[in-house]
Design a protein around this ligand. Structure first.
Ligand code: NDP
Length: 455
């Protein structure tokens, strides 16, 4: 019998923690988990899932606009925010129950409360001390606001999901995933949206063509996107907010949303006292097996700030459980992880941007197309799709695929299998398209847009 109450104590009932705990229990471990808020974590409770429901909801705004050209006579559409939020909350409640159930059905014990470390084998939850052989930190992250006067008046994505009323005018700060996604959500629902980004172009780190193309599409969709512009300070003005911009202009808004990044939840966990090393951002430093600087303490997901995506946290958690409790040591492969930005239109991406591929491979071939989607030929919509393939010229392997356009996330998931498997451009060319789709363009790209460049 072990000297500890549990073989594994998981701190945090989000995607990574739940998967790790469930798999460890399946390997025979005695598992407990503590969650201070709601089971499901960021993704289920205040991230991916509610966000995607709002994306679906807001997209109807554009469908109604398109419908007339296809012969529909629809009454003037109106939108009720409380109905949308209530529907979203019902679904999140259902999922939360499922997540808690996943743990309990696996035979794990759940604790409702904040857990802190007392020593390397002792966790304290609501004054109760529990011991465990291994501890997994899966506490996720939280949004951060810029340090400007009046920042306390800003909301973040956490609050955006629970606003009592939809703001008629909203300013969204940031050029990353969350800013682009919420700009599309509020725009689709009919709010006046201004998106401010401090840098030259949104989506830093993405392929440059994708960044430029998406920015153009956001503007076409009605978002007032202002680059090289930031908020200097804000103040209350009656029921509204007066926002002073760095370019000297002022704007009034009903809400200002900071989508300016997230930080790992490590404060107050007791990590320092136990000797768990964190980096400058507060992320738990781990090796490829998600082990921290303390031998029996591990961490997965956003709290490690490796690649802050739900499926990555889940894989990290699964690999941890297999390694430590399943006698199958394996690490998460962080290469070629596909991702989507659920902006409107969405972005799908896998592999290297053109610039990164050039740095890594020297000689690359680039294939790119932009086109008007078939639907727009009747609806009259001005939106254009962009697709791009980046190919290592020496091996002919496709090392990057990128898209802006409807269903980009769905399409890139399929391409991700091919790219992960090492498909070459010749394999893409040998694949027959599905007609008429946008996706078929990925297998009919023939013209190189730039000649190979020597590194
Ligand atoms: P990101 O890091 O993606 O973007 C943050 C944005 O805010 C950047 O444009 C950044 O600018 C800007 N910024 C940062 N600090 C300031 C500041 N002080 N003042 C003004 N602007 C600032 O973070 P998000 O919050 O959008 O999302 C966090 C992470 O969550 C993502 O990186 C992603 O990993 C994950 N996520 C994934 C989603 C998905 O898979 N669809 C959806 C949502 C989130 P700069 O570029 O100049 O640094």
């Amino acid at each position: 019998m072990s000297q500890y109450d549990f073989d594994l104590f998981v701190i945090g009932g989000g995607s990574g923690g739940v998967r790790a705990g469930r798999i460890a229990a399946g390997h025979g471990a005695r598992v407990a988990v503590a969650e201070e808020y709601r089971y499901g974590g960021t993704c289920v409770i205040r991230g991916c899932v509610p966000k995607k429901l709002l994306v679906y909801g807001s997209a109807f705004g554009h469908y109604f606009e398109d419908a007339a050209a296809f012969g529909w006579t629809a009454p003037p559409a109106s939108f009720d925010w409380p109905t949308m939020i209530a529907a979203k909350d019902r679904e999140i409640g259902r999922l939360e129950t499922i997540y808690r159930g996943l743990f309990e059905n696996a035979g794990a014990k759940t604790f409702d409360g904040r857990a802190t470390l007392k020593d390397a084998h002792t966790v304290v939850i609501n004054d109760r001390a529990v011991t465990a052989d291994k501890i997994l930190i899966a506490t996720g992250g939280h949004p951060v606001k810029p340090a400007v006067p009046g920042a306390e008046l800003m909301i973040t994505s956490n609050e955006a999901f629970h606003l009592k009323a939809m703001p008629k005018r909203i300013i969204i700060i940031g050029g990353g995933y969350i800013a682009c996604e919420f700009a599309g959500i509020f725009n689709g629902f009919g709010a006046g949206v201004t998106q401010l980004y401090r840098g030259e172009q949104i989506l830093r780190g993405f392929d440059h063509d994708i960044r430029g193309h998406l920015a153009g599409e956001l503007v076409k969709s009605g978002i007032d996107l202002r680059l090289k512009t930031d908020v200097a300070r804000l103040e209350k003005q009656g029921n509204a907010l007066l926002v002073h911009l760095t370019d000297g202009n002022t704007m009034e808004a009903d809400a200002v949303m900071a989508a300016t990044g997230r930080q790992p939840n490590t404060n107050g966990l007791g990590l320092e006292a136990v000797g768990v090393k964190t980096d400058a951002e507060g992320a738990v430093v781990v090796n490829e097996y998600s082990r921290s600087s303390v031998e029996n303490i591990y961490a997965v997901g956003d709290v490690t700030n490796r690649m802050n995506l739900t499926p990555v946290a889940i894989r990290e958690g699964h690999a941890f459980a297999d390694t430590v409790f399943g006698k199958k040591p394996r690490s998460m492969d962080h290469a070629n992880v596909p991702a989507a930005v659920f902006s409107q239109p969405p972005v799908g991406t896998i592999g290297l941007s053109e610039d990164d591929a050039r740095k890594q491979y020297g000689e690359i071939d680039v294939y790119r197309t932009t086109f008007r989607p078939l639907k727009a030929t009747v609806s009259g919509g001005e939106g254009r799709v962009m697709m791009k393939l980046v190919v290592d010229a020496r091996s002919d392997r496709v090392v990057g695929a990128h898209m802006v356009g409807d269903d980009a996330g769905e399409i890139i998931q399929g391409l991700a299998i091919a790219i992960k498997a090492g498909a070459t451009k010749a394999d893409f060319d040998a694949t027959v398209g599905v007609h008429p789709t946008a996706a078929e363009e990925f297998v009919t790209l023939r013209e190189k847009v730039r000649e190979p460049v020597k590194a």
